[in-house]
Write a protein of this length. Structure first.
Length: 304
């Protein structure tokens, strides 16, 4: 499978459905939202006989994007989709912790960190609180709060909370591809507000995207795996299946099987030298409390 390859970056709310990525990806990368837009793009490339790699652009909070992308690819008739591969997602929650810690390391210690992102479903939003807790635990900032650019609490409420907790200043730390807009001042006195980011620089973003494409093509060439089957399971056990009442079955310790993205945790610009940070297959469960500081440190060093 030599020759040019068409790359499709499929986006959800973490990438503002493509608006946050279109200005920074390489020329020739198609930036689309899932559903009809992705379906049409696959068919267009397939009819031209192009090899196509589809990369779900999630930072780890949007496993449903991977599963929905796989379902869209499966819905395209085989004759029309040609050689199409579903790559591992751009990032995992473990990457997100590392990227946020790297960004936090460039923020003065006396500033509160307000981790911000677009709101998703309740379980995706809860995941952001878990990620922020890890950033605080393994960082040097005593005050780390969470707010959503389009949810509850919103940025203004998050800033207000930081002020009430005594923060002399607040830094908005994006846990998404887009940087949040600083809310306009209101009548309530508030500390100075800064913006960190972007979370992943444009050069690093392009490197990671290229790595996902290379890995997907290698997997297809060496194993005949187009990634769609594994992608369909990416969101399994995320959501209501995580909430077992006391005494009920399913005491799985918050384990969940992974889609094609969590079998590898390559930091930005790094190859396969990840040891065993996340070395389980697409359908192998792991427990969230194994998100170690050592693993995140590898991601931080790669972005330094």
């Amino acid at each position: 499978m030599a020759g040019p390859v068409a790359v499709i970056a499929v986006c959800g709310h973490e990438a503002a459905y493509g608006r946050a990525l279109a200005p920074v990806v390489d020329d020739g990368v198609s930036v689309v939202s899932n559903g009809r837009e992705l379906f049409r793009s696959i068919v267009e490339h397939g009819r031209r006989g192009e090899e196509t790699v589809v990369v779900p652009m999630t930072l780890g909070r949007e496993p449903a994007l991977v599963a929905d992308t796989a379902r869209t690819l499966r819905a395209v008739p085989v004759a029309e989709r040609g050689t199409t591969v579903l790559a591992e997602p751009f990032g995992t929650a473990q990457h997100l912790v590392g990227w946020l810690r790297a960004a936090a390391g460039r923020v003065p210690e006396d500033s509160a960190l307000l981790v911000t992102a677009p709101s998703g479903d309740p379980f995706e939003d809860a995941e952001l609180y878990r990620v922020a807790a890890l950033v605080r635990r393994y960082g040097r900032h005593p005050l780390v709060e969470v707010a959503f650019s389009d949810g509850d609490p919103d940025l203004a409420e998050g800033i207000r909370r930081c002020r009430l907790l005594g923060a002399p200043r607040v830094t908005l730390l994006p846990a998404a591809f887009a940087r949040p807009e600083v809310p306009r001042p209101d009548r309530v006195e508030r500390p100075p507000v800064d913006r960190a980011g972007p979370l992943v620089s444009a050069p690093a973003l392009r490197r990671v995207l290229a790595e996902r494409v290379t890995d997907a093509r290698r997997r297809l060439r060496e194993h005949g795996d187009d990634g769609i089957g594994a992608g369909l399971t990416a969101a399994d056990n995320h959501g209501h299946s995580h909430t077992h009442p006391p005494g009920e079955g399913g005491s799985h310790g918050h384990a969940h099987p992974h889609g094609p993205g969590d079998a590898h945790t390559h930091p930005p610009g790094e190859g396969h030298t990840h040891g065993h940070l996340h070395g389980h297959g697409p359908a192998t469960a792991h427990r969230h409390h194994h998100q170690s500081a050592d693993a995140a440190d590898r991601v931080i060093r790669s972005t330094a």
